[in-house]
Write a protein that binds this ligand. Structure first.
Ligand code: ATP
Length: 347
C-alpha cells in the first residue's frame, strides 16, 4: 500500500543552511495496517507524511502510495488517499453539514450523493446533532472528528492523520480513537491508517505497528510489544537491606535472561532496590527470589514493571521523555498542571 525507498527531504533555508528533515526513510506498509509514526518534535514525521500525500516533493528517493508514484502520478495518489493535516480541514464560518457536502462535490459527487455521504459521515462520527452549527462553534474534539469526516468523504482506502489528537483532553482523545478504529473497519476492506503522534500511550494502545523516527531516520519499526521486549525488557525490582545489595546484584547478574543490573538509591530505611532489566520479568522473578533465599540474602519487596515506549526511546537514543502538560482543549476549566491532563509525550 505504501512503499518508500531512501526517501529524503532537505529544506534549503539559506545559502549556508540546509535542514535535513528526512534522511533516507524506507518503509513498507501493507493494506489494512494501522501504523503510528512516533518521534520527538522536529523528527521529520510531518515532512514524511507531506511527501507521501504529494504536498511536498522528495529531494531524493522514491515513494509509491496505493500503487502510484508520488512524483510521477500525484493526482492518482490524491484520489486514493484521505489526509487530515495538523491545521484541520473545516472552514471556520461554514456550517458543518455544508462543509462535508462541499467536500463531496469537490471530489466529484453530485449534490444528492454528497448530501447522502455527508449524512452517513455525520452519523458515523457522532456529529449529527452539530450538523447545522458553524464549524468554529464546535469543541476541539468535535472539530477533530469533523476533520476525520472530511478526510473520508471520498471513501479513501488509505487515511493519513497528522497528530489527530494533539490538544485534546484524554476523554476526547479516547473518543476520537474509538471513531478512528470504527472508521477503519467500516469500509468493505479495512482501511490503511498512518498517523503521527507525540503520545506514547496512544501509540502503545492502539497502533499495531509503531515506527519510531528520530533526526529524520527510522530508528525502530515493529509492534509496541516487540519493541518493548526487544529493546527495553521488563524491570524486576528487588528491595534488600544495604548489607545484601552487592551480593544480590552479583547474583542477579548471573541469572538467566538478565540484561542489566542497577542498584537504586538508598531508601529511608537504608535499604536499596536492585533493579534487574530482563527479557521476561514475571518469569524471572521467582527464580531470583529462590536464588536469593538459597544464598541467605533478604528480599523485602518485589516489583515487576513492564517497559513503556518511553523506555524504548531511552534505550535507542539515550534521551528520555518528559512529562509535559497537555492543555485540555475541550474543558477550559482544566489547567496545564491538572494531573488528569498531564500525559507523557516525547520531549
Ligand atoms: N518548510 C520548511 N522549511 C524549512 N524547514 C522545515 C520546513 N518544514 C519542516 N522543516 C524542518 O524540518 C524538520 C522536521 O520537521 P517536521 O515538521 O517534519 O517534524 P515533526 O517530527 O513533524 O515535528 P512536530 O512533531 O513538531 O510536528 C524540522 O527541523 C523543521 O523545522
Amino acid at each position: 500500500m505504501i512503499r518508500t525507498n531512501a526517501l529524503t527531504k532537505d529544506f534549503v533555508v539559506s545559502r549556508t543552511r540546509t535542514v535535513h528533515a528526512v534522511r533516507g526513510i524506507s518503509l513498507d506498509i501493507q493494506p489494512g495496517e494501522l501504523v503510528a509514526v512516533l518521534g520527538p518534535n522536529g523528527a521529520g514525521k510531518t515532512t514524511t507524511l507531506r511527501m507521501l500525500t504529494t504536498l511536498v516533493p522528495p529531494t531524493s528517493g522514491t515513494a509509491t502510495v496505493a500503487g502510484y508514484d508520488v512524483v510521477a502520478d500525484p493526482a492518482r495518489v490524491r484520489a486514493a488517499i484521505g489526509y487530515v493535516g495538523q491545521g484541520g480541514a473545516g472552514g471556520a464560518s461554514q456550517v458543518v453539514r455544508d462543509e462535508l457536502v462541499a467536500q463531496g462535490e469537490i471530489y466529484g459527487l453530485d449534490r444528492r450523493a454528497a448530501r447522502t455521504r455527508a449524512g452517513e459521515l455525520l452519523e458515523a462520527l457522532d456529529l449529527t446533532e452539530q450538523a447545522d452549527r458553524k464549524v468554529d462553534s464546535l469543541s476541539g474534539g468535535q472539530k477533530r472528528r469533523l476533520d476525520v469526516a472530511v478526510g473520508l468523504v471520498h471513501e479513501p482506502t488509505l487515511l493519513f492523520l497528522d497528530e489527530p489528537s494533539t490538544g485534546l483532553d484524554p476523554h476526547n482523545r479516547a473518543n476520537l480513537w474509538e471513531h478512528v478504529l470504527r472508521m477503519r473497519t467500516a469500509a468493505a476492506e479495512p482501511r490503511t491508517i498512518v498517523l503521527t503522534t507525540h503520545y506514547l500511550d496512544e501509540a502503545d494502545t492502539f497502533a499495531e505497528r509503531v515506527v519510531v523516527v528520530d533526526h529524520g531516520q527510522v530508528i525502530a519499526d515493529d509492534t509496541a510489544d516487540a519493541l518493548k521486549a526487544d529493546l527495553a525488557g521488563d524491570l524486576v525490582s528487588l528491595r534488600t537491606p544495604a548489607a545484601d545489595v552487592t551480593a544480590l546484584a552479583a547474583l542477579a547478574e548471573r541469572a538467566p535472561g538478565t540484561r542489566a543490573v542497577h542498584a537504586g538509591p538508598p531508601g529511608p530505611d537504608g535499604g536499596r532496590a536492585v533493579e534487574v532489566r530482563t527479557a521476561d520479568g514475571p518469569g524471572a522473578a521467582p527464580g531470583l527470589l529462590r536464588a536469593a533465599d538459597a544464598a541467605g540474602l533478604t528480599v523485602t519487596r518485589v516489583d515487576v514493571a513492564r517497559p513503556t515506549l518511553d523506555d524504548v526511546f531511552l534505550g535507542l537514543t539515550g534521551r528520555s521523555l518528559r512529562e509535559t502538560a497537555v492543555q485540555d482543549a475541550d474543558s477550559p476549566a482544566a489547567s496545564p498542571t491538572d494531573p488528569t491532563t498531564t500525559k507523557e509525550v516525547l520531549a
